[in-house]
Write a protein that binds this ligand. Structure first.
Ligand SMILES: Nc1ncnc2c1ncn2[C@@H]1O[C@H](COP(=O)(O)OP(=O)(O)OP(=O)(O)O)[C@@H](O)[C@H]1O
Length: 303
């Protein structure tokens, strides 16, 4: 979970200045003060001209991306291509140098991390970010933390609203745990579970927030082939059942090709292709920059 907090440094579309909330209130849905719309109202999420650099290193260069509701969109590319940076810009962990992010009807120069849950965005991390000393169910309940309306005092004192919210969170968490076939380990401490199951717990914790947009940073890293297949099935079913849009980074090209509706390819921070799995598979630039290299390393498997 990102520990840092960030100021609301939000879009100034020329005539408007102010916080993200001010801008969101000032602009009716679909209006972004002169910024091109590109049918944005139909997009679950879109990025426009995103550039990000770290010192002299250009992590992202003028990246555009539009993701439709209900789509499973993979972001692929060689190591260091900028995939995680892109997810981190979408989730407000990184502040881009240029460009803006549109989530639903809200447009941001810097997405306010603290408002992600209320914007309907949840994410998982490349390296697990779970509470290892807590049980599976308690980790999943933690995914509802941003949705509670009761005050800290109400929670400490176990007052009415806090008690109802806790019961509701527990019930929703139990439902997701059942959905992801984690019932058998619901009371186990997360730290004692095999890695593949921990990755599934992280998915459960993101899903329990009932996100409109789910960002998955390498959800299958370190898994066996059969664990990856299970995870791919869970992601697909989660998309269908919870009506969510999924953006995922994944290195296993075989899984990506089967799971994704569309795939965006990054290379040296630039988007070099964006299309259906078939289009990406036969794209010469992608083969040169990435797929050819993956095929060589994996002896041709998986593509
Ligand atoms: N916090 C940071 N500080 C400095 N440089 C960074 C930081 N985060 C990313 N970078 C640099 O930005 C570039 C893109 O990195 P990023 O992690 O986004 O790539 P990636 O495609 O996710 O790579 P991988 O597949 O290895 O995870 C790399 O050159 C990386 O070294």
């Amino acid at each position: 979970m990102p520990a840092a907090t960030y100021s609301l440094d939000v879009l100034d579309p020329g005539t408007l200045r102010g916080s993200g909330d001010q801008i969101a209130r000032a602009l009716p849905p679909g209006k972004t003060g002169g910024i091109p719309q590109h049918d944005e109202e139909t997009h679950a999420l879109s990025l426009h001209g995103i550039s990000l650099s770290f010192g002299g290193v250009a992590a992202l260069v003028d990246v555009d991306l539009s993701v439709e509701p209900g789509e499973i969109r993979a972001i692929i590319g060689p190591n260091g291509a900028g995939k995680s940076s892109l997810i981190n810009v979408i989730s407000g962990v990184y502040r881009s140098n240029h460009g803006h992010v549109r989530i639903g009807s809200h447009t941001y120069r810097h997405v306010p991390t603290g408002r992600l849950a209320s914007l309907g965005v949840a994410r998982t991390f490349q390296n697990l970010a779970l509470f290892k000393g807590l049980s599976v169910i308690d980790n999943v309940i933690a995914g509802r933390a941003y949705t509670v309306g009761s005050s800290f005092a109400e929670q400490i004192l176990g007052l009415g609203r806090a008690r109802r919210e806790e019961a509701d969170a527990r019930e929703r968490a139990a439902r997701i745990i059942g959905f992801l076939h984690l019932d058998q380990v619901s009371d186990r401490l997360v730290g004692t579970l095999p890695y593949g199951l921990q990755k599934r717990v992280e998915l459960a914790r993101a899903l329990v927030a009932e996100p409109k947009v789910l960002l998955l940073d390498e959800p299958m890293a370190g898994m066996t082939a059969s664990e990856k297949n299970d995870m791919a099935d869970f992601i697909r079913t989660a998309r269908d059942q919870y009506d969510t849009t999924v953006i995922l980074i994944e290195h296993d090209i075989g899984v990506v090709m089967q799971l994704s509706d569309r795939i965006a390819v990054l290379d040296y921070g630039r988007k070099i292709a964006d299309g259906s799995p078939d289009e990406i598979r036969s794209d010469e630039r992608v083969i040169d920059a990435y797929l050819g290299v993956v095929a060589e390393n994996e002896d041709g498997e998986g593509i």
